[in-house]
Design a binder for this molecule. Structure first.
Ligand code: AP5
Length: 215
């Protein structure tokens, strides 16, 4: 089972991908997480990606495709994967088709998490992430037990630079201009595309997602 978690910034793709990884052993592949790791490690790729990420712009396709190819190659023995934040442009979607055809691991479904802009701006303003283990919280909907401290590893929580309101607005514009057409690409193809309302409690969204995937 290989699924694409699709949707605007802050729709809950990462949150749902983490839950699928726990309950269905689907490896979560998040290009955003891979890029943030490269930025933290100070690799040349991370240094190049940082200026695009901080501005809310997309990192060039060739950088992303190199990263994803490497990561997909590690999924051989695994039950399947969820893709979070990829593909985000038509060239990425077409390149993914070629990679997965070579691997004989087609996409089983695309799940579009639908959330309105107002909720997104509020959610991203309240998102806190652990700098050590990457766990994600929300001060409104999913707060940590102790403010500013990760429940899982006890490290400090930080806010993402690209969650500032001006950058969130830019990310939403970029989503509409460059990423939304990817959904049309899948709608015209053979992979089933399902829309799930992401404007509900996290557990309800997960329930629908699992039902839609037949899990
Ligand atoms: P990326 O990290 O992929 O950012 P994004 O797509 O903007 O998505 P987010 O991580 O902001 O949100 P999410 O949908 O995962 O929501 P989450 O579960 O965290 O990309 C960052 C940057 O990297 C891009 O701008 C770009 O520069 C670059 N990049 C990445 N991939 C790229 C690619 N393929 N090509 C080119 N560039 C690329 O939830 C958000 C918050 O809401 C959390 O606090 C969470 O607790 C809360 N929440 C989740 N679900 C709910 C719910 N149901 N109700 C209430 N709160 C909820």
């Amino acid at each position: 089972m290989n699924v694409i978690l699709f949707g605007p910034p802050g729709a809950g793709k990462g949150t749902q991908g983490d839950l699928l990884a726990k309950s269905a052993e689907l490896r979560k592949i998040s290009t955003g997480d891979l890029l943030r790791e490269a930025v933290r490690d100070g690799t040349p790729l991370g240094q190049e990606a940082k200026r695009y990420m901080d501005a809310g712009e997309l990192v060039p396709d060739q950088v992303i495709l190199g990263l994803i190819k490497e990561t997909l190659a590690e999924t051989g023995g695994q039950k399947g994967f969820s893709l979070d934040g990829f593909p985000r442009t038509l060239p990425q979607a077409r390149a993914l088709d070629v990679m997965l055809a070579e691997m004989k691991r087609p996409i089983s479904a695309v799940a579009m998490l639908d959330v309105n802009d107002e909720s997104i701006v509020k959610r991203l303003g309240g998102r806190w992430s652990c700098q050590q283990c990457g766990a994600v919280y929300n001060q409104f909907s999913d707060p940590p037990k102790k403010t500013g401290i990760c429940d899982k590893c006890g490290y400090g929580l930080v806010q993402r630079k690209d969650d500032e309101p001006g950058t969130v607005q830019r990310r939403l514009d970029v989503y509409r201009q460059q990423t939304a057409p990817v959904l049309e690409y899948y709608r015209k193809g053979v992979t089933p595309v399902h829309t799930i309302s992401g404007d509900r409690p996290i557990e309800e969204v997960q329930f629908d997602l699992r039902r839609m995937l037949g899990l």
